[in-house]
Design a protein around this ligand. Structure first.
Ligand code: IVH
Length: 717
């Protein structure tokens, strides 16, 4: 290779880097890229003197820094003023218009507001020479070696036939980590017992400030341009002009940017970005509106450290700071004790949050939250609130670690602990309870009477949890079981909410599920109770009466057998047709059924072998009349053999309705897309499931096609 060929090879690799990291659209396979890169490394190894600083091989500097040099920005890196409402945005437009009274129509560039770390990148004659953090806006830190490790930042600007490479160009933008990369980073960190980051912004900022660039290189950092600083020899008239030209020179720009020309279009942009926020691959905390034309920008001017020609319109915060007021353990219907933090109420993600689950003991140990601690909580979209960080610096000196209870806070029974390695996988990827036999760890089916041993292939890391050992004599377990028993998908008893159940359990009217059907005998006493009128008691008793006649699948589901949900219950009902047969099913028969693995089969066997179950059923079954299962003919089940997935928001049907409908026609409805899926019914804003279905080449229909599909399902296979 001569020096000209070396130059060409570097340019070629740069072009591929650009396609891969900026455009997300590689045009050669990875293996071919690796091949080119190897050629480059080989040449440079043989000609070390020819290695140029801008070579793609020089992204990771070898020498760790001892500290970062400070760097004074030639032009201040400004911040943005915020608005939170259309009214405040209107004020912004009034202020702008006051300064340009003679111009009525002007363009506004709308951009997502990235939640990362701002940096300034200096290119001299097209070569990246410096990367500086924002710092305080005037002085930042020189993190050039780290910046060079970011693959979407070109080391050298791409040549363009229409734009001259500027002599000096300072590109400003946001370094960030995508949500997917962040999850991957944290999962790995957790696995290796390394530091877990609170959010992608902290991870990005922290990664930029690593003294060893080799560490930064391992972090999945990306970059998007949102402005510029000092420039020489770069002729641009407006922001949109700048973005177009800079993108041609190889800098990553945001394809969600949009040019509009009035305030109501700005608000439409805000709403559309807010609506798709979950699906945007990186964290954003609002949108930014900027007057597009530079001459107008100049006329509008600045106030102290922010421009008057731009404003950030913030989304409701997804993170908030609050204080832990107490931590206690909630007992679910399976007896599992879940640590829950009670918080000083705080608004986050648009709702007031005052409780936050800590999931399990592992999480409790990892976070070590204490009463009085200041915490950051996060609630994104419909996701349940999480504690993402405990602010240890603000911790009170006398704070105490949470003690893991050794007895149940509700009934005082001993607490038993299931450890992380309690479950294993044996052949066929089936799961079983781990047992130790002598020095050898093996598995059995979790049934003492039917001991079968298997050599373990792998131990599953299940989070440790603690359980009340008393089963159904514990009032909290009883309450949880009753709430499940009367819920909509089980006995569907209207008027028997959580509070009434608590009262009736407390007063001793209900000791188990069968007592619900004996409430009629206590009608007079019930009517006397505070808050229970004659009418509501009549309605309640009527609803109970009605629920006595129950479908087999609902009865199975109502029992709350661990891991036996709605679909499995329906499966069991259709396979066995009567309750007695389900009760007496053998382990071997159960695992033969579709979708029932050994763990669920073991749960079913254990449940029916339990003496508490026997005693409960002997009281409950006489109260009920279990509806006969109607065997449907082939004609009535045209969707038999169809495995259907529903995704996105459906307009005409509720999801439950549609699901019920499909199941009644013989289809199976699953929540995840796989090769076995026959059809995906996609509503509005369908996300990853739709993508996966597309990737796997699965038939996709929208709601409008649903009737066509029912008319002739065979066409869709
Ligand atoms: S423009 C003169 N555009 O927000 C305007 N900033 O609050 C200066 N940011 O430090 C910034 N997305 O880190 C601009 N599309 C965007 C942005 C953005 C995120 C950050 C940036 C800046 C901070 C200002």
């Amino acid at each position: 290779m001569n020096s000209e060929e070396y130059e060409n090879l570097k340019n070629l690799i740069r072009k591929h880097d650009y396609n891969y990291y900026v455009q997300d659209d590689p045009d050669i396979p990875d293996s071919e890229y690796d091949n080119l890169f190897q050629q480059l490394l080989k040449f440079e190894k043989n000609h070390p003197k020819l290695i140029s600083q801008d070579s793609p091989s020089q992204r990771v500097g070898i020498i760790p820094e001892s500290s970062f040099a400070s760097f004074t920005h030639k032009k201040q890196m400004l911040s943005l003023a915020n608005v939170f409402s259309p009214d405040e945005l209107n004020d912004f437009f009034i202020r702008v218009k006051k300064r340009i009274v003679d111009i009525e129509k002007f363009d506004i560039l709308c951009e997502p507001k990235m939640d990362g770390a701002a940096v300034s990148l200096i290119y001299e004659n097209g070569i990246l020479v410096k990367g500086i953090t924002r710092g305080d806006g005037s002085i930042g830190e020189d993190v050039t070696s780290n910046i060079k490790t970011i693959k979407s930042i070109p080391q050298k600007l791409l040549p363009s036939s229409t734009i001259n490479i500027p002599r000096y160009l300072e590109v400003r933008g946001e370094v960030y980590i995508s949500k997917k990369d962040f999850d991957y980073l944290n999962t790995n960190a957790m696995k290796n017992s390394e530091k877990v980051f609170a959010n992608p912004r902290n991870a990005a900022a922290g990664s930029l400030r690593q003294l060893d660039p080799a560490i930064t290189a391992k972090r999945p950092l990306s970059f998007i341009t949102h402005g510029f600083g000092e420039c020489e020899g770069f002729d641009v008239e407006s922001l949109s002009d700048f973005f177009e030209k800079i993108s041609q020179l190889g800098m990553p720009t945001n394809n969600l940017n949009k040019l509009v020309d009035n305030m109501s279009s700005c608000l439409e942009y805000y709403e559309s970005i807010l609506k798709t926020r979950e699906k945007i691959p990186f964290d954003i905390d609002g949108v930014v509106y900027k007057i597009n034309d530079f001459k107008l920008q100049e006329r509008i001017g600045f106030i102290s450290r922010s421009p008057r020609w731009a404003i950030a319109h913030k989304f409701p915060a997804e993170e908030a700071l609050t204080i832990i007021e107490s931590i206690n353990f909630q007992i679910g219907r399976t007896g599992v004790l879940t640590p829950v933090a009670r918080l000083k109420p705080v608004k986050v993600g648009g709702v007031i949050v005052s409780n936050c689950t800590l999931h399990n003991i592992d999480e409790l140990i990892r976070l070590d939250p204490r009463v009085g601690d200041q915490v950051i909580i996060r609630r994104a979209g419909d996701v349940i609130p999480q504690i993402v960080k405990v602010n240890i610096l603000e911790r009170k000196k006398n704070s105490l670690k949470v003690t893991i209870p050794s007895s149940c806070p509700s009934c005082g029974s001993d607490v038993i602990q299931e450890n992380a390695s309690d479950w294993g996988v044996y052949d066929n990827k089936k799961q079983a309870k781990v047992k130790t036999f002598g020095s050898k760890i093996e598995a059995n089916y979790f049934i003492e009477s039917d001991l079968e041993r298997f050599e373990l292939k792998e131990i599953i890391n299940k989070a440790a949890f603690i359980k009340c050992s008393s089963d159904f004599t514990c009032p909290e377990i009883l309450k949880g079981s009753l709430i499940h028993f009367v819920s909509r998908k089980a006995f569907d008893i209207e008027g028997l909410g959580q509070e009434i159940i608590t009262t009736l359990v407390k007063l001793g009217f209900i000791k188990d599920q069968s007592d619900i059907f004996k409430l009629l005998n206590h009608k007079d006493e019930l009517e006397q109770l505070d808050g229970f009128g004659k009418k509501s008691i009549n309605n309640l008793l009527a609803s109970i009466q009605e629920s006595r006649s129950v479908d087999l699948s609902r009865l199975i589901y109502s029992l709350g057998i661990p891991e036996v949900g709605e679909a499995t219950s329906r499966n069991l009902a259709n396979a066995y047709l009567n309750f007695e047969k389900v009760q007496n099913a053998s382990f071997k028969d159960l695992v033969e059924l579709d979708d029932i693995g050994s763990k669920v089969a073991a749960n079913i066997i254990n449940y029916f072998q339990d003496s508490h179950t026997t005693s409960l059923l002997s009281k409950l079954l006489p109260e009920l009349s279990v509806n006969k299962i109607k065997l449907l003919s082939r004609k009535e089940t045209p969707l038999k053999g169809f495995l259907i997935v529903l995704t996105g928001k459906l307009a005409k049907y509720s999801r439950d309705e549609l699901k019920e409908n499909l199941i009644n026609l013989g289809a199976k409805v699953s929540s995840s897309v796989s090769k076995k899926t026959t059809i995906v019914i996609a509503g509005e804003n369908a996300g990853s499931k739709l993508k996966k279905a597309n990737d796997l080449g699965i038939n996709i229909i929208d709601e409008d096609n649903y009737t066509n599909f029912l008319n002739d399902p065979s066409k869709y296979i």
